[in-house]
Design a protein around this ligand. Structure first.
Ligand code: CTP
Ligand code: MG
Length: 228
């Protein structure tokens, strides 16, 4: 079954707070987004790539795609207000022949070949799969929004969910049709509402999302240490 990857690059990067757009900030000699595009370009299981961009960086992304010979990129489309609106824009550009859709945050540079392989095979088999790692921190729930602890969550059942996430295209489309208006922080959130069981496959703690400037410093350190 043909696989299309949707790479998200339409965020505002507000928490990053720098003059350079977050996805173009340099990590180990190349723009942040080039890391994941390169990995997906190299992976034989990925047929083509759709980049969902903000209007501010679209021209620069086009140049990057050409200069780096990311030949699998079939189109660059504009995103929407929320992350899920951007995914929906990407989904609209997926070709008819694709049966599996992989969604990845452009801000998550160190996705590995193995993660892509395992999330794709779990999605083909079960319909929906995400990459995740066991939570390392102690997580407490507060009473309302205030600073008083209500309870401590059982860590042995908590996972930090990353991207890539992969779905049979029909499953993701149905999730958007039925629940697209509900606000979620990841794609699997909508699929869960359908009642489809989402499989978790092993991610890595190094598969970080660059959100703040410290994350970029951490990403550079991982590259320097040869950890990615
Ligand atoms: N994203 C997107 N469209 C949006 C919001 C986010 O394509 N409307 C993408 C981002 O470009 C990023 C990924 O989704 O690759 C994860 O989002 P996040 O880390 O929150 O990035 P931003 O939304 O850009 O950052 P912030 O929330 O700090 O503004
Ligand atoms: Mg955001």
């Amino acid at each position: 079954m043909r696989v299309t990857a949707i790479v998200l690059a339409a965020g505002k990067g507000e928490r990053f707070d720098a003059a350079v757009p977050k996805l173009l900030v340099r990590i180990g000699g190349k723009p942040l987004i080039a890391w994941s595009l390169r990995q997906l370009q190299r992976h034989r299981g990925v047929g083509d790539i759709i980049v969902v961009s903000s209007p501010f960086i679209a021209a620069r992304l086009e140049r990057l795609v050409r200069a780096s010979r990311f030949t699998k990129v079939r189109s660059i489309v504009f995103g929407g207000e929320r992350r899920q609106d951007s995914v929906l824009q990407g989904l609209g550009a997926v070709g008819r022949e694709s049966g599996i859709v992989l969604v990845h945050d452009g801000a998550r540079p160190f996705v590995s070949h193995g993660m892509v392989t395992s999330v794709l095979s779990a999605a083909a088999k079960h319909g929906a799969a995400v990459v995740g790692v066991p939570v390392k921190a102690t997580i407490k729930e507060s009473k309302g929004a205030g600073p008083v602890v209500k309870r401590t969550l059982d860590r042995s059942r908590l996972w930090e969910i990353q991207t890539p996430q992969a779905f049979r295209k029909a499953v993701l489309e149905r999730a958007f049709q039925r629940f697209g208006k509900v606000a979620v922080t990841d794609d699997a959130g909508l699929v869960e509402k359908l009642g489809v069981a989402v499989r978790i496959v092993p991610g890595r703690y190094s598969n970080i999302k660059v959100t703040t400037r410290e994350d970029a410093q951490f990403a550079r350190a991982l590259v320097r240490e040869g950890a990615v």
